[in-house]
Design a protein around this ligand. Sequence first.
Ligand SMILES: [Zn+2]
Length: 192
Amino acid sequence: MTRRTAILIGMAGTVLGGIVLDLLDLIAFKALAVSLWGSTQTAFTWLGGSAVMSRWTLGLLWLAAFIVLFVAGSLVFAWVRDRTVASEFSAFKYTHDSFHGLLWRWRWSSDGSIHTIVPFCPHCDMQIVPQHEGAYRAVAPLVFRCEDCDVKHYEVPNEVSWDEVVQDIQLRVQRNVRRMADEAARTPAENT
Ligand SMILES: [Zn+2]
């Protein structure tokens, strides 16, 4: 046998070996595919079959389903509530504003009403105690004067009382809250 023949036989052997291996691979793949298909069929047959179970087992399954529904519902409810609280909280954070040339501060009650409405000087932030200035104090106009700046920032007409001024501020605050709520509803993405 010449060296050349030996090389040729060697090459032929390698090619044949490769083909045999490929065939074996194909057979193995087919076997796997058949096996998988068989398993799937078996699984479907098993799933499609009837099962005998006691009523309490069935009851437990229903209970589990109800628990899953309840938990999912609670999560959705909490999510919606948190979003609502978040939007209300932005109103609760609104605790000061300028009205009638004065700075007003107030506090929120948990029921959504405002109280402790107090005016401050817009220049020096000194609290202002409104007083009736005039000869007849009972009927004199209510004046909002900063004692530090000695500036009269606001004067209400004679017949307007402090309670009416407070009510006026309440109404203005509530109007602004409504506007802010509308604004937040229009742009929910910025509110989160
Ligand atoms: Zn002042």
